[in-house]
Ligand binder design. Sequence first.
Ligand SMILES: [Fe+2]
Ligand SMILES: [Fe+2]
Length: 137
Amino acid sequence: MFEWKDSYSCKVRQIDEQHKQLFKLGEDLNKIISNRDGEDHYDEIMNVLKELKDYTIYHFNFEEALLQKNGYVLPPMHKEEHRAFIEKIMELETEDVDSKQRKVTMDILIFIANWIEKHIVKVDMQYSQFLNEKGIY
Ligand SMILES: [Fe+2]
Ligand SMILES: [Fe+2]
């Protein structure tokens, strides 16, 4: 489901490494939900959600700082999308994940899949050439 393709590459190594981490977290969640063993997966789901939260905060800070440092004017919409992602994760913390394990996991899987196609491919990709021209790969 979350397979990395070359077309996802922003051509900046550290950014690609971090984006790949999101693919991995998506795949981890996908595995948990595909496992229809009737067992309780609450702890595993919560672990991934915690990692996802740490990841997003770390990655967005890294990305925004790298761009700022190099004089890229971050479109407000870009920052706004980052904020909305963190808010989405925060929202999950207020939900009763235990009783809705499948629903919550599916919901976040769809969110990550959309994020890859809409944010990474369309929004992040906009700075790719700019950084490359500054000699950052
Ligand atoms: Fe971004
Ligand atoms: Fe990104």
